[in-house]
Design a protein around this ligand. Structure first.
Ligand code: TLP
Length: 356
């Protein structure tokens, strides 16, 4: 099976498995796991922040960040396609007691400007307005096809938010992909932000875990919330050992995933009924519209599965994500499989004979 459903599906590499087996461990709830501590120190250093906390998942990292930077009743401003709003099963309403104020990027790209955000802010203290407590940015933006917000834009939005006394959290589940695509560092991509969550278990290929980075005070509070949420993981060094390899080694190869995504996008762009703007494929995510095929995303994904390719269907769109367990040959096979599925479609051939 060529599994393009997500970059979360990667299996640990041999080096990760060896490091896990040999990991020095201790009780991380006591702060005594040397491997977790090392992962946290390296993460803080790489991001240029004071401190870091190893957490079970991206969702946990995001939700703790929302919790520790807001008060119940606050509003969180976020682009409407973001994960925190759409895919974290309403956690912010429960854990932090906040409401989400989704905003749309004016040009539809998902990359917000200050003009998109500014009208949604409420900090005037009038009693019937909800106070804006936090701005969340997602980079890369998953549902916008892995689009990258530049370091400059990110810094500009952060500075403007700070001028209004609003902290900024970055959901950087794929921030290393963003940095590689823009030939810069993750520290540059996230400078001045108050907190960043990044995933070890996506493009970086570790089996489990994310890291939340921020100020010493923020991480101290985050540690309490991690325990409250059941995320105190004891001998978690077994997992952190794989995370350390992911952190140090995997960013070096992300350009391969980006190149594969581009080849995939170019390959499928010519298939009848598929709509895709190749220029928007900047990282490892390829999202294309299949409305023109006359078939549903579910039908196409089922047919692809029979040909050995797994993809995710969202309404009239299909997402394919490249990662370290997908080779260039797999990408070429995928293009052929999709072409066969769609050109063998009775609806497509009907459409074509009608057009002829
Ligand atoms: N994304 C998953 C699904 O939940 C959609 C995927 O397959 O892409 N932020 C972003 C931007 C994400 O894409 C994800 C996971 C998360 C946070 C949550 O990470 P986990 O799954 O570790 O909780």
């Amino acid at each position: 099976m060529i599994d393009l459903r997500s970059d979360t599906v990667t299996k640990p590499t041999e080096a990760m498995r060896r490091a896990m087996a040999a990991a020095e461990v201790g009780d991380d709830v006591y702060g005594e796991d040397p491997t977790v501590n090392l992962l946290q120190e390296r993460s803080a250093e790489i991001f240029g922040k004071e401190a870091a906390l190893f957490v079970a998942s991206g969702t946990m990292g995001n939700q703790i960040a929302v919790k520790v930077q807001t008060r119940p009743g606050d509003e969180v401003i976020i682009e409407e396609r973001c994960h925190i709003f759409n895919y974290e099963v309403g956690a912010s309403a429960i854990t932090a007691g906040v409401t989400i104020r989704p905003v749309r990027s004016g040009d539809g790209s998902g990359i917000l400007t200050w003009d998109d955000i500014e009208p949604a802010i409420s900090t005037d203290g009038i009693y019937d307005h909800t106070q804006t407590g936090l701005l969340c940015l997602e980079n890369t933006l998953n549902l916008a096809g892995g689009r990258v917000m530049s370091a400059e834009r990110c810094a500009e939005l952060t500075e403007n938010a700070h001028a209004r006394h609003i902290p900024v959290h970055i959901d950087g589940a794929r921030i290393f992909n963003a940095a590689v695509a823009h030939s810069t560092t993750v520290a540059d991509m996230t400078k001045q932000s108050d907190s960043v969550q990044f995933c070890l278990s996506k493009g970086l290929g570790a089996p489990v875990g994310s890291v939340l980075v921020g100020s010493r005070d923020l991480i101290k509070e985050a540690r309490i919330w991690r325990k409250r949420l059941g995320g105190g993981m004891r001998q978690a060094g077994i997992l952190a050992a794989a995370g350390l390899i992911a952190l140090e080694e995997s960013p070096k190869r992300l350009h391969e995933d980006h190149a594969n995504a581009r080849v995939l996008a170019e390959g499928i762009a010519g298939i009848p009924g598929i709509a895709i703007d190749i220029e928007t494929v900047e990282t490892n995510i390829v999202i294309f519209d299949i409305a023109g095929t006359g078939r549903t995303a579910g039908e196409i994904c089922d047919a692809l599965k029979e040909k050995g390719v797994l993809a995710s269907g969202f309404k009239s769109r299909i997402r394919m994500v490249t990662h370290l367990d997908v080779s260039r040959a797999d990408i070429e096979r995928t293009v052929v499989a999709l072409d066969q599925v769609l050109t063998q479609s009775p609806t497509m051939s009907d459409n074509r004979s009608a057009a002829a």
